[in-house]
Design a protein around this ligand. Structure first.
Ligand code: ATP
Ligand code: MG
Length: 325
């Protein structure tokens, strides 16, 4: 049995919208609205959705840099939405984040040595020599030359900066790294390089990743389990097999059809399929979303496979899944 590392239960993050002369709160952005996921030790869990669906907000809530409106996040059985508990557990050492934007997340006035050493200094008492050795070792792991330590973030390319971000995130030997679109700004060949480094580090140190992306293609070969997010809620969760081979929700199908095709021969066919899915998405809103356009609660259709459906549709989908086996 896989051992759980993080359990997110009914997480909500709502931002107030203020307006008018008195600047009163008139409404809320429900950036994350009742999200529950469980991540196992050493696995890659994919969190996928289009821009604005609430992925970064979920990731930031998990690492504890975003105030939660409701729900719980359990680590070692303790609710770490309370900052007192995070301190007690040394949570900020065990759970790290690679931020979406590498340039703004690396302090431009600091040298790479200090950027990577910062989390180590917060949690460990190393001598200057030990610390330098550790930084060199981390740079080596992500394939960066040793003289990088004297340079500043702007002296590197996007791909190199992302690798520095990876080195910093794994510096304290964390158990979980929230990787927020770590490769989205990079071209394909560099993307593959960074992903390979991440995989390699994961195997070596048994780190779990919450891998955030808008592209189901990027995470296909990495993720054991995935959650698909839309409008602050989850539309579908399941194993890699469930999501890629037996998708149920129209939004998941739409993301799948958006994966760029390299296969020239079937390009025309693929284009037709994409148009069909898009049309279904536009036409069948009332089947997949409630009258306010909100995503339905998740219902179990088989083992680990859950889909946001109105109750009356569940039995039909359960039958469909059985039929496929
Ligand atoms: N600090 C904030 N104040 C108000 N609204 C916010 C804040 N941060 C995020 N939002 C809103 O919450 C929603 C979710 O934002 P979030 O950054 O989590 O999306 P995302 O899925 O990461 O998108 P992207 O793929 O573009 O990074 C958006 O509608 C966004 O405008
Ligand atoms: Mg984001």
């Amino acid at each position: 049995m896989a051992k759980e590392i993080i359990q997110v239960k009914n997480l909500k993050v709502h931002y107030p919208i203020r307006s008018g002369f008195w600047n009163r709160i008139t409404d809320y952005v429900r950036a994350v609205d009742d999200v529950s996921i469980t991540i196992n030790e050493g696995e890659t869990y994919g969190l996928i959705g289009e821009s604005g669906s609430g992925k970064s907000t979920t990731g930031k809530a998990i690492v504890g840099v975003e105030k939660v409106t409701g729900g719980h996040i359990f680590y070692k059985g303790v609710d770490i939405t309370k900052s007192r508990n995070r301190r007690k557990l040394n949570y900020n050492k065990d759970v790290q984040m690679i931020f979406q934007d590498s340039l703004s997340s690396l302090n431009p006035r600091k040298r790479i040595e200090d950027i990577i050493a910062e989390p180590i200094r917060n949690f460990e008492n190393l001598t200057t020599d030990q610390e330098r050795d550790r930084v060199q070792e981390l740079l080596d792991i992500v394939g960066m030359p040793s003289d990088s330590i004297y340079k500043y973030p702007h002296e590197f390319s996007g791909g190199q900066r992302q690798r520095i971000g990876v080195a910093r995130a794994v510096a304290t030997n964390p158990r979980l790294v929230v990787a927020d679109e770590p490769t989205s700004a990079l071209d394909l060949s560099v993307q593959a390089q960074v992903l390979n480094f991440m995989k390699h580090i994961q195997q070596q140190y048994n780190i779990a990743y919450l891998f955030i992306s808008h592209d189901l293609g990027v995470v296909k070969h990495m993720s054991e389990n995935l959650a698909i997010m839309h409008r602050g809620r989850l539309v579908e969760i399941g194993s890699r097999e469930d999501i890629y081979n037996h998708p149920v929700h129209i939004y998941t199908k739409r993301l799948l059809s958006a994966i760029p095709q390299v296969d020239v021969e079937h390009r025309e066919e693929h284009k037709k399929h994409r148009e069909k899915v898009e049309q279904e998405f536009q036409n069948d809103q009332s089947k997949w979303y409630d009258k306010d356009g909100r995503v339905y609660p998740l219902q179990q259709v088989s083992g680990r496979h859950w889909v946001a459906l109105p109750k009356e549709e569940v039995e039909q989908e359960q039958m469909n899944e059985k039929g496929e086996d």
